[in-house]
Design a protein around this ligand. Structure first.
Ligand code: PBG
Length: 322
């Protein structure tokens, strides 16, 4: 009767055997590294809630971009803190803002490195919401016009990929039209199609000084209790012209990643966000977990769920480990 035992352990017998049958392989080519640019020169200040992530002036961002590219990471995503904020976030499309300057300087220094521009207004508005206000409500259609300005200005600076993260309705179509009209028909749109109103963005809002000054983002970002609605958002964005679909955050939403993967043929990206990063860093600093193991296991789980692209603050470490 014992010779009837089926033995899955045979295929786990050695590292080479496991490698031979491994279903998912994490590669440095899957990763996108987010960077935060600030005004000034020679600035390099650690972000307190995101250990080993820095506020960088454009000159230092360029130096980091060279290192990122040398490690084989194919893309960076640029976030910025502006010199000024106003009611409509006009710093977001100012060609002299840190983001636009960083995009063009990095493109010049490391032309092969892909640059993703995050298109949103919350870092640039005095009230911290992701669009133009009408009373306490973010006016959807008025905001679309502003987002078009941001997308075109980033493409002008040299962005290869435009990533709208504002969650206004119709923004992908509006941005696609504006890019095409301005001769940027080859600029890719990676839509934050499924972006939940999440507590995991906390450290980023400190880093980007983008917390809403009143209320929250629940009137535009998604309710984390919903998953059918995720597919609705995905299909809308694809029909409006999105090339790549993103789910955000990552770890608490791998069921969503897997559902989206099963339904579409576009590449799927996940954003392993600031709160997810901060939790790993804090536990690692306390010696409670083995950081390398946890990071590689988590990133692999995102791929296993169906992601092709992982935007992560762990990208530099992961690239060194892989
Ligand atoms: C801008 C934006 C946010 C993040 C990316 N783009 C914050 C937010 O929506 O409040 C979060 C990224 C992270 O937490 O790492 N809207």
């Amino acid at each position: 009767m014992f010779n009837k035992i089926i033995r899955p352990r045979r295929l786990r017998i050695s590292e080479n055997m496991r490698a031979l049958v491994r279903e998912t392989n994490l590669s440095v080519k899957d990763l996108v590294y987010p960077i935060f640019v600030v005004p000034g020169k020679n600035v390099r200040e650690e972000i307190s809630s995101m250990p080993n992530c820095y506020h960088l002036s454009v000159d230092n961002a360029v130096e980091l971009a060279k290192k990122i590219s040398a490690l084989g990471i194919p893309a960076v995503e640029i976030f910025g803190l502006p010199e000024y904020k106003d009611e409509i976030g006009s710093g977001a499309w100012d060609m002299n803002s840190p983001v636009q300057c960083a995009i063009s300087a990095i493109k010049k220094a490391v032309p092969e490195l892909l640059i993703v521009g995050d298109v949103c207004l919350c870092q640039y508005t005095s009230h911290g919401h992701c669009g133009k206000l009408c009373g306490n409500y973010v006016d959807n259609d008025e905001t679309l016009k502003l987002l078009q300005n941001v997308a075109v200005s980033q493409a002008q600076a040299g962005a290869d990929i435009i990533a709208p993260s504002d969650m206004m309705d119709g923004r992908v179509a509006a941005i696609r039209a504006a890019l095409d009209e301005n001769n940027f028909s080859n600029v890719v749109i990676m839509s934050y199609a499924v972006k939940y109103a999440s507590g995991f963005y906390g450290p980023f809002r400190d880093a980007a000084d983008s917390a809403p000054q009143f209320g929250d983002r629940k009137q535009y970002q998604m309710d984390y209790a919903n998953s059918r609605e995720a597919l609705k958002e995905v299909f809308l964005d694809i029909s409006e012209g999105a090339d790549i679909i993103m789910v955000k955050p990552a770890l608490a939403y791998l069921d969503i990643v897997s559902k989206v993967r099963a339904e579409i043929n576009n590449p799927v990206a996940v954003y392993n966000v600031s709160g997810e990063y901060a939790m790993v860093k804090a536990a690692a600093q306390n010696g409670w977990i083995d950081e390398k193991r946890i990071v590689l296991e988590s990133l692999t789980s995102m791929k296993r769920a169906g992601a092709d692209i992982i935007i992560t603050y762990h990208a530099l470490d992961a690239a060194n480990w892989l």
